[in-house]
Design a binder for this molecule. Sequence first.
Ligand code: 1HE
Length: 261
Amino acid sequence: MTKPLVTYAVEGDVALIGLNRPEKRNAISDAMIEALADVVERASREAKASVIYGAGDHFCAGLDLAEHLLKTLIEGFHGSRRWHAVFDSIQRGTIPFVSALHGAVVGGGLELAASTHIRVADATAFFALPEGQRGIFVGGSGSVRIARLMSVARMTDLMLTGRVLNAEEGERCNLAQYVVEAGTALDKAKEIARIAAGNARLSNYAVLNALPRIQDMAQDDGLFVESIVAALTQTSPEATERLDAFLEGRAARVAAPVRKR
Ligand code: 1HE
């Protein structure tokens, strides 16, 4: 039996999606993007949150460059549009996705990570956009998603100079929200996914789908849409139950973080 290019498992409410081509550093081939599309769709049906991670020493080395050489212009265009569709189904889907990053998070691998909602990098993670050196351009939504995360100026620097950011630098550029010790990104990502899975589904949907759209709107439009979404969520049965639970002392209070001395 051939090994799957992407593994899938469910632990409680959390679906675990593993890029499983470590011998090619999880480089994303056409078959792999289709396998990813399938498991993302499955996770969205079967789980309340999901974690995406890479097998082996790296998260993902980006586009499979060997396949890319064989493509015509129109195949390249459709290929890029397919990546967009699959990554959109992650970013603007129905459940939160957390990526666990280690080793190379480069090119299309960074584009995939940028489509997830929370990125956890371990100390071995490094970020780069070597497209310029390869003579190509980002095609998996990087010019939209990565530029929005880190700014056009920083992305331009990575693309023009081949600069490689370490985990801490990546965190400072919004490429990761968490940095953890080497080897612990998957555990931390699972923990975060479990927490997110415990939220009201409608609230999570609004965070995933309303929040980024509101950022793309003019301020007045954004405020208007926010009011509609706020009213929708506040009047949902789940909100009523959760608000009652708080008022009756049955819900957890917000705890102050442990202070570091
Ligand atoms: C690959 C790929 C790949 C590795 N496509 N085969 N991405 C890049 O430009 C990154 C290219 N990769 C690397 O810089 C390095 O491989 C890594 C830093 C990720 C890992 O280094 P290392 O020393 O652990 O592995 P390696 O020896 O370089 O690679 C092991 C094998 O994986 C080797 O194949 P083998 O048959 O000789 O064993 C490599 O050829 C293969 N491999 N990366 C195909 N990317 C939608 S647009 C997005 C555009 C992009 O993503 S551009 C950025 C592409």
